[in-house]
Write a protein that binds this ligand. Structure first.
Ligand code: SAH
Length: 364
């Protein structure tokens, strides 16, 4: 994994100290050496953090007590606190609300599939991309999440459920490529054989389409899946739904996706939220087909999840089926995303938003 950026960015510091849980094993080894301890202590420490998922230095009973005390002082541990857990009665999907050490709240989702447990994490507190149908962006961006804060979402869920997490999607609140260096570090630690060792192939990163960053990610030559939030077949329509389209032409975005495929050999997923009367017509499907039929890709159709602040309505079932059909006629791979956890505010950013406005939904 030499392609990863070596240095954590300056935000990996907590109150002037380095954030130990955001460090690679090599960095932990260095930090431990600076504290005058033997290299094997670094391995033990790293294992407590990333395999045994410890939340407190006192759990690390094979480390000498005085070393633990010094660690507490120099490296306060980044741990998320569970604020709320909602379990869907429909499909076992679970939604988590976590408090960050600074009091901000973020949400994560656990989905149970036949192929394993998948966690959807947030990459930022809030978001500045402004997509019209998305609840996560309504309050703007608060701050980037540290690598450790992204990891912690997975670690806490694994601890609470006692079940192994095998898949991960970065599709929660935030634009992951707007927090690029921390995202890369997170991916490195998540897939590290000395950590949870989740396979890169089981990881998907979703972006609204930051062109330069997609190209940089392609250079990392990771085996992760890139999901591109497309949502419209023309530049004009995309602008109405996604302000980011004012910055990048649709063709530029698609070119970056083609480049990603050439560099990594990984088929790109296009996400397309169907909004009734906005982007779901026969003509839209026809245009979309024309746009991407030369690409090695997959389309994920998602009936839009309505949010209170906007009057977008999901497409009717017949329309969704017709849209899918049209794409398939162009030999494009299509799936309709099974809706999960609607009874627990499944859409991106909804739970956090209702929590912040004092309406906590259905408590477990
Ligand atoms: N910022 C990234 C990842 C977070 S959003 C991105 O834009 O891809 C994850 C996916 O959920 C995106 O495709 C996003 O457009 C979609 N999404 C957000 N709110 C939605 C809603 N209310 N209904 C349907 N899809 C939504």
């Amino acid at each position: 994994m030499s392609g990863f950026l070596g240095k954590p960015n300056s935000e990996s510091r907590v109150g002037g100290n380095m954030d130990l849980k955001s460090m690679t094993l090599a960095e932990v080894t260095q930090a431990v050496a600076c504290m005058g301890e033997k290299p094997f202590r670094a391995r033990q420490l790293y294992q407590w953090l990333h395999q045994k998922l410890a939340t407190d230095y006192d759990e690390m009973t094979n480390l000498p007590k005085d070393f633990r005390e010094r660690l507490k002082e120099q490296y306060p541990l980044t741990v998320l606190t569970l604020a709320e857990r909602l379990v869907s009665k429909q499909d076992g999907t679970e939604k988590y609300l976590f408090a960050l050490p600074d009091g901000n709240v973020i949400e994560s989702v656990l989905m149970r599939y036949r192929h394993g447990n998948s966690v959807c994490i947030s990459s930022q507190a809030g978001c500045r991309m402004g997509c019209r149908f998305c609840a996560s962006t309504l309050g703007g961006l608060i701050r980037n999440l540290l690598p450790s804060e992204m990891l912690e979402q997975v670690y806490r869920i694994q601890n609470v459920t006692g079940e192994r997490v095998s898949h991960l999607v970065v599709m929660g609140t935030g634009e992951p490529l707007d927090n690029y260096e921390n995202l890369l570090r997170f991916l490195e630690l998540l897939t590290d054989e000395n950590g949870l060792h989740i396979s890169q192939r089981n990881v998907t990163v979703s972006t609204c389409g930051l062109v330069e960053k997609i190209r940089s990610l392609a250079h990392e030559k990771l085996q992760i899946t890139l999901a591109l939030s497309l949502h419209a077949p023309t530049q004009e329509k995309r602008k109405k739904l996604m302000p980011v389209a004012y910055k990048y032409e649709l063709e530029e975005v698609l070119d970056a996706c083609r480049y990603y495929f050439r560099q990594t050999g990984r088929r790109v997923t296009f996400e397309y939220s169907l909004v009734r009367g906005v982007n779901d017509t026969e003509e839209d499907a026809e245009q979309l087909g024309g746009l991407i039929k030369d690409m090695n890709c997959h389309v994920n159709l998602i009936p839009v999840n309505p949010i209170a602040e906007r009057d977008y309505v999901p497409s009717k079932e017949g329309r969704i089926a017709a849209f899918k059909n049209k794409l398939e006629k162009n030999r494009i791979n299509v799936t309709i995303r099974r809706e999960m956890g609607r009874d627990i505010q499944g859409a991106c950013g909804q739970l956090r938003r209702s929590y912040l406005s004092g309406n906590n939904g259905t408590q477990l």
